[in-house]
Ligand binder design. Structure first.
Ligand SMILES: Cc1cc2nc3c(=O)[nH]c(=O)nc-3n(C[C@H](O)[C@H](O)[C@H](O)COP(=O)(O)O)c2cc1C
Length: 424
């Protein structure tokens, strides 16, 4: 069996595994914001409104919820269980008003924490295959797995990858709003990054996004050696996830793609959709219109400007779309006609969202190149959320589904990577 197949199998849900789930260790609940010590300089983004807006659109705090004494922030990107394993680092070079350096983004205060001033020939480009100097921004997405494994144990491996993909989709959308060219890089030197950022085994570099102009000069070193800083407070190691991340850290046989993404509405609507996006918690069961459903699928299916663009297929259980017979659809064809809403609900761990939706989409792919594959599925998930929001209806990611039963029902040998319900 391929690495991807065995990792996916190990983290599968079955009716038995779901019933045997343990209790949450509330004393071990991880922090969701990483804070570097006060000795690192902070810089308010208030003086840099363009960069502030860009980073807000990528990863900002867009809502707050109060539960008793606890305040919980929701972000531009969805996250399995709202556990937010991802962090965002920013390299700025030649950005007016900002010293060339590598910073950590603090969404709470909308600040940058300076980690390293760039020297001559020094920068994150040295950890990329194309190490030409980048005038502009390099964004690094990482994941601190314990934030998710605290609750989801081994299955958190998927959620860290899917959440990272959502963040990449968020960066893609923010770049589109700003009409900036961007490229997503999965083929990065994760070992060097681990060493230079002091991540240890707790935090893992997932991908980079470059936004700006390439020069000719080669950047061949990263002269930064940060101390380890915990992003969770408490921590319990998960050896399976650490080993899995080591195994999948070097994507192979990559097919790069150019950006084709266009949303079915103007940039202003996209920007509003990013700031308004939420996961719908219940559907009214009113139908979607056929052109709405097709617009969401078309947006999700466009190529991503990724150096390792893995094909991900969408199998849609159509429950309520005006002008379409209920059934299972893929590649523009009906594969099986019938009302499968009860089945879709069951497959989504008996969550009503799966059955009450206009359509429940199952993303499949693989079985190789697990890291870029899951990143791509998450990125497509972000496009589905934003397209649905901009068109005026709802969406929810569904990471919890019965894996083997979903694949059997959908009649596919490929692993089911992720599900999303769209509707109103
Ligand atoms: C990978 C992933 C899996 C998710 N799985 C589920 C799920 O199984 N059921 C559910 O109701 N919501 C699910 N969600 C939605 C999250 O609960 C939601 O994003 C989070 O609570 C934050 O709220 P917001 O999306 O409104 O900002 C998932 C989200 C992501 C990104």
């Amino acid at each position: 069996m391929s690495i991807a197949g065995s990792l996916h199998g190990r983290t599968s849900h079955t009716p038995a595994s779901v019933r045997s789930g343990g209790r949450l260790d509330w004393a071990g609940q991880p922090d969701v914001f990483k804070k570097y010590p006060a000795s690192f300089a902070r810089l308010s983004l208030a003086e840099l409104p363009e960069l502030r807006r860009l980073l807000f659109l990528c990863a900002g705090l867009t809502a707050r919820r109060v539960y008793g004494e606890t305040v919980w922030f929701l972000r531009a990107n969805p996250s399995a269980g709202a556990l937010y394993p991802c962090e965002l680092y920013v390299q700025a070079r030649g950005v007016a008003g900002l010293a060339d350096g590598i910073y950590h983004y603090e969404p709470g205060g909308e600040r940058l924490c300076l980690l390293h001033g760039l020297g001559e020939g020094d920068g994150l480009e040295s950890c990329c295959e194309d190490n030409r100097r980048l005038e502009g921004l390099v964004l690094l997405v990482s994941a601190i797995y314990y934030r998710s494994s605290w609750k989801y144990r081994d299955r958190a491996l998927r959620y860290c990858l899917l959440d990272s993909g959502h963040l990449l989709g968020g960066i893609e959308a923010a770049a589109l709003c700003r009409q900036e060219e961007y490229a997503i890089l999965c083929r990065i030197d994760r070992q060097r990054l681990r060493h230079c950022f002091g991540f240890g085994d707790q935090e893992h570099a997932m991908a980079m996004v470059v936004l700006g102009r390439r020069g000719r000069e080669r950047i061949s070193r990263l002269a930064m050696e940060l101390p380890f800083v915990s992003g969770t407070g408490t921590f319990t190691a998960n050896p399976f996830i650490e080993e899995a991340l080591r195994q999948i850290g070097r994507p192979v046989h990559c097919r790069p793609a150019g950006a084709e993404i266009r949303y079915p509405f103007a940039a202003q609507t996209l920007e509003e959709a990013i700031t308004r996006r939420r996961s719908i918690r219940a559907f009214s069961r009113a139908p979607l219109l056929r052109h709405e459903f097709e617009a969401v699928l078309a947006t999700a299916a466009m190529a991503a400007a990724m150096d390792c663009d893995e094909p991900v297929r969408i199998l849609a259980v159509v429950n309520r779309v005006a002008g379409m017979a209920p059934g299972v659809y893929a590649d523009g064809r009906c594969l099986a006609a019938g009302d499968f809403s009860a089945m879709a609900r069951y497959l989504c761990l008996e969550q009503d969202l799966g059955g009450d939706s206009g359509a429940t989409l199952f993303l499949t792919g693989g079985p190789d190149n697990y890291l870029p594959l899951l990143l791509k599925a998450g990125l497509m998930g972000q496009r589905i959320y934003l397209a649905a929001t901009g068109l005026g209806f709802g969406c929810s990611g569904i990471g919890a589904f019965y894996d083997q039963e979903a694949a059997a029902f959908l009649d596919t040998d490929d692993p089911v990577l992720y599900a999303l319900a769209v509707g109103r």
